[in-house]
Design a binder for this molecule. Structure first.
Ligand SMILES: *[C@@H]1O[C@H](CO)[C@@H](O)[C@H](O)[C@H]1NC(C)=O
Length: 321
């Protein structure tokens, strides 16, 4: 009995080894899908005084959990590397998340590094090498700056407000919302499922008058700011797998500060889950991978420990770098 059990164990063990060693050198196959994706998240520059003692850059755990909840692992990408090092990382990861924060969209290190990845992704996608990018809040704003080649932001205050989305006709034929059940799609239009925490944004008028933005992105939703300006709230690339939301899908499941209007209803949670799965599924279409398991293991955010930040920030946990 115990012999049988142990030989079963050994068989399984070897079977796993075989699978792994066969899976690693997989040749590029256009039909292939990566089931072990790694999404890179650019670290954000610390601007809050309270956070400065802990490090110069950070990533809120809510974004990491958002990506992990879609079935991916996360690599934090620091802002202090050389261009060649970013090129190497680009060949290792399956997608990129640009998070919110407060940084100059043209001159900061965050913008500089984002631009390197944006250009690499643009070239890769144009050459048939799928590589998705998702921008949330300032990350979306940065995507518009990269595409337009200029900063088109203006005041569109929506600070600490949850709103429904004013979906455009293009939303129903979008990739982002394609798998959404009808009831959730309907709820999106009248329940406050999207948390807004921004003072600036891209006005719809500006978007529509800008040839570059207009031809690159489909406008999936808009909203009206406190100052009456209608702003861009959801976009996706017409031919590139680049996605932007002015709102924060990650807070619906992973941030809980009672002073902030984070949507936590069942629909809000479902929305956040579906978008995480959507973006990670986009990442699965990238066959980028690390050179070996050791390099991969040492690159993942599992090597870092988040700190409890609920008593000095509006976040519960933060990774500092
Ligand atoms: C927050 O709580 C931690 C313990 O969980 C403590 O070490 C730290 O000093 C606290 N920070 C502030 C600013 O109160």
């Amino acid at each position: 009995m115990s012999n049988t059990a142990s030989s079963t164990y050994v068989c399984l063990f070897f079977a796993c080894c075989l699978c792994y060693s066969e899976a690693l050198p997989a040749k590029l196959n256009p039909e292939a899908v990566s089931d072990r994706p790694v999404i890179g998240i650019l670290t954000q520059i610390v601007s809050d005084e309270e956070m400065k003692p802990f490090g110069r850059t950070y990533i809120p755990s809510s974004y990491v959990k958002f990506i992990e909840s879609g079935g991916s692992r996360v690599m934090a990408i620091r802002l202090t590397l050389k261009t060649t090092e970013y090129e190497k990382i680009f060949s290792n990861i399956n997608g990129l998340l640009l998070i919110g924060g407060a940084a100059d969209l043209e001159t900061s290190d965050f913008a500089r590094v984002a631009k390197i990845f944006y250009r690499l992704a643009l070239m890769a996608n144009d050459a048939g090498d799928y590589f998705p990018i998702w921008g949330t809040c300032m990350g979306m704003q940065l995507l518009t700056v990269l595409v337009a080649g200029e900063d088109l932001l203006e005041r569109t205050s929506a600070e600490n407000i949850a709103m429904p989305l004013d979906l455009t006709p293009e939303a129903s034929s979008s990739r982002m919302f394609e798998g959404f059940p009808d009831n959730l799609m309907k709820a999106l239009t009248y329940e406050p499922l999207t948390g807004n925490f921004h003072n600036y944004g891209v006005a719809v008028k500006t978007f529509q008058e800008n040839e570059k933005l207009q031809s690159f992105f489909s406008l999936l939703s808009t909203n009206v700011a406190e100052n009456g300006v209608r702003f861009v709230s959801t976009i996706e690339g017409k031919t590139h797998p680049f996605y932007g939301v002015q709102w924060h899908p990650e807070v619906n499941r992973f941030q809980w500060n009672i002073r902030l209007n984070f949507p936590h209803s069942a629909h809000a949670v479902h929305l956040s889950s579906l978008l995480a799965e959507f973006f990670v599924n986009e990442g699965r279409r990238s066959l980028h991978h690390f050179d070996n398991p050791e390099e991969e293991a040492s690159s993942l955010i599992y090597n870092n420990t988040p700190v409890y930040a609920g008593n000095f920030t509006a976040y519960e946990q933060l990774y500092f770098f």
